[in-house]
Ligand binder design. Structure first.
Ligand code: AHG
Ligand code: MN
Ligand code: MN
Length: 342
């Protein structure tokens, strides 16, 4: 067979994955393909964000007289408007919107639900540190074309996700996704406008030597959490400690590094904000998609007491403590947090 001029495109890969699920109709492939188009638009905007800020600085009004959008609202709009047209969704959930978002009445609808964090790591936009988009796809449980979807259709535990992934807008733009048959990474080649397979069947090391946490929250942690972080910092030749510390404050970037290199990312519960007793990260749009990816890569995600993927959600925007990464490191964290460590 003739050698291909370029590598495997994301479209080829999605179709191959689709063929490996005999019952697949192509709906999920179509949905993911459209999401990728939206992410390419966001990637283009992210790459010129600094420039746009300078141009918009005089009054935050662009030449059409419109308010200059903050990138996270822009990302929310680009994805929502595009995905409302695809015909495969019954509703959308976004970190940027309180309720489920309907598909307009005259548009075709389907049985999938898209949940997303349109722009993750937004505090890093202005300083050129990697940011991203996180997505999770569920299939509604109630069915029938005349039946309106319910909130309960979206409030499904993470193990029911049919696909999950993220885009990192970093030194290059990368897509990492899973449909339940491994984790695959693609790099956007800007001159061609295509995502090409760059990281096939990613497996996270069983154990790493990186811990990633916002340690300035130390004063707000309970003793089990403090003991855990102290453990990673303590010298011990046999277990190759101390670990090294890496944290940029964008979940996508911190997670992506640890997925490739091994290690643990943590956002524990803390007492910093009484309104967020379970820490900062959201179960449905941050923890669950990353948990599906990490488990497909051979790792583990815990809320400190058990698998994140088994948490029964009560509300769309609920938060959860998160310990995620190499299996051995996360199991160890769980034993500290749940107080089972001798
Ligand atoms: P978002 O920008 O979507 O609100 O998410 C930010 C999150 C996540 O990306 C990151 O891991 C965490 O906030 C960082 O929080 P701290 O600044 O408290 O460390
Ligand atoms: Mn986020
Ligand atoms: Mn966000």
């Amino acid at each position: 067979m003739a050698r291909k001029a370029i590598g495997t495109t994301i479209t080829e890969h999605l179709l191959k994955q689709q063929r490996s699920h005999p019952q697949a109709t192509g709906s999920l492939t179509h949905l993911l393909s459209e999401l990728i188009v939206a992410a390419k638009v966001i990637s283009r905007e992210v790459n010129k964000a600094g420039l746009v800020d300078i141009l918009g600085a005089t009054g935050d009004v662009n030449i059409q007289g419109e308010q200059v959008q903050k990138l996270d609202i822009f990302a929310h709009r680009i994805i929502t408007e595009r995905m409302q047209h695809v015909g495969q969704l019954c509703c959308i959930a976004s970190e940027e919107y309180a309720d489920l978002i309907d598909i307009p009445p005259n548009f075709p609808k389907g049985d999938y639900i898209l949940l997303m964090d349109p722009l993750d790591g937004s505090s890093n936009i202005d300083v050129n540190v990697s940011i991203g988009t996180i997505f999770s796809i569920l299939k509604r449980q109630s069915s029938g074309s005349n039946v309106d979807y319910q909130l309960s259709d979206a409030l499904q535990p993470g193990y029911r996700q049919v696909a999950a992934g993220y885009f990192v807008y970093g030194s290059s733009t990368i897509l990492v996704y899973t449909t339940g048959t491994g984790v695959h990474g693609f790099t956007l080649i800007p001159s061609v406008g295509e995502f090409l397979l760059s990281h096939e069947d990613i497996k996270i090391p069983e154990r790493g030597n990186i811990y990633s946490v916002n340690e300035s929250n130390y004063a707000y942690w309970d003793n089990n959490t403090r003991d855990l972080v102290n453990y990673f910092k303590t010298m011990d030749a046999e277990t190759k400690r101390p670990y090294t510390s890496r944290y940029v404050g964008s979940l996508v970037a911190d997670f992506h590094r640890n997925l490739l290199k091994g290690g643990i990312f943590m956002y524990p519960a803390d007492t910093k904000d009484p309104k967020k007793p379970k820490g900062k990260l959201r179960l449905m749009v941050e923890a669950n998609p990353m948990a599906m990816i990490v488990e497909q890569a051979g790792g583990y995600a815990s809320d400190g007491h058990g698998p994140v993927l088994e948490v029964e959600p009560q509300s769309l925007h609920q938060r959860t403590p998160l310990f995620i990464g190499s299996k051995q490191d996360v199991l160890l964290a769980e034993s500290f947090i749940s107080g089972n460590r001798r």
